[in-house]
Unconditional design. Structure first.
Ligand code: AMP
Length: 144
């Protein structure tokens, strides 16, 4: 199968262009991180390259390296901000791989001993709750 072309109307492209809001955590010249609006754990974050790429199959190597470095920063911040015991990093590619939004992203999920991830309900989390979580992560990033 050949990978389909990047579609710049995907929801993360709109977030990157500032056309729709998000709870931003971090940004540098190559990457952007914000909270998942339907978190599977409190603090569930997403890390993206700013340059367009559909997923890991078409991303440029330097964008992938930049996203990996930012993913590590966010994972460390998650450990502090959510007093986590561990972190799960997940990255889905194409429908068969569980991908739903077609701009490359890494999920970064706080984990606590014995606590499973929440199932996907399709329900958005409370906006104020997400704002509080984003603030905690931004604060934790200052010490990384
Ligand atoms: P994936 O299945 O890896 O493509 O994951 C897509 C993720 O994007 C899901 O976890 C959704 O909850 C999340 N998501 C969808 N729309 C938004 C949005 N507007 N803001 C933040 N996260 C979103």
């Amino acid at each position: 199968m050949t990978t389909p072309q990047y579609d710049d109307q995907n929801i993360f492209a709109k977030i990157l262009r500032g056309e729709i809001p998000c709870h931003k955590i971090y940004e540098d010249d190559k990457t952007f991180a914000f909270l998942d609006v339907m978190p599977k754990a409190d603090g569930h974050s997403l890390v993206l390259p700013k340059n367009p790429s559909r997923n890991i199959l078409d991303v440029a190597e330097d964008d992938l390296n930049a996203v990996t470095a930012t993913t590590q920063k966010i994972a460390k911040a998650i450990m502090i901000a959510f007093e986590a015991d561990g972190v799960t990093v997940q990255q889905n590619n194409e429908p068969a791989g569980g991908q739903e939004v077609y701009h490359l992203h890494f999920h970064v999920l706080p984990r606590h001993e014995g606590l499973p991830l929440r199932p996907q309900t399709g329900k958005m989390a409370d906006n104020d709750l997400l704002a509080g979580h984003a603030e905690k992560l931004r604060e934790a990033l200052k010490s990384i």
